[in-house]
Structures are given as structure tokens and as C-alpha cells.
Design a protein around this ligand. Structure first.
Ligand SMILES: [Zn+2]
Length: 63
């Protein structure tokens, strides 16, 4: 029997990246994200997630 993963490849898309404590850039993206969420602007929310994730990979080695 083949083992199937319970989640698809798009799973990551639904896991919002977490800002790193003490990093101003992370905090900026997280603040933008919560502001966008408060306005129900989901395209801005996902945009902030994409930017934050790219920044995490870039500056925090994916942490
Ligand atoms: Zn950061």
C-alpha cells in the first residue's frame, strides 16, 4: 500500500510564515499582514506572506 501524505503540495501556502522576534523587517511585514487582514484584503494578506517568507529565506535561512 502506498503511503499518501495527508497534505498536498499547496499546504505551505496555507501556513502563514511567523515573524522572527526582534527583527524590524519581519515586524513590518507582520504589521502589514494584520492590517490587511483587518480590512479583509486577502490579496494583500497573501502578498505580505509571500514577502515575509522570501525575507525569512533570505535573512533568516528559512527559519
Ligand atoms: Zn526578519
Amino acid at each position: 500500500m502506498t503511503s499518501r501524505r495527508p497534505v498536498g503540495p499547496s499546504y505551505e501556502e496555507y501556513r502563514p510564515p511567523a515573524p522572527v522576534d526582534g527583527c524590524e523587517t519581519c515586524r513590518g511585514f507582520a504589521a502589514r499582514r494584520s492590517a490587511a487582514r483587518a480590512e479583509f484584503d486577502y490579496s494583500a494578506v497573501s502578498d505580505s506572506n509571500v514577502r515575509l517568507r522570501a525575507h525569512l529565506l533570505d535573512e533568516h535561512s528559512g527559519t
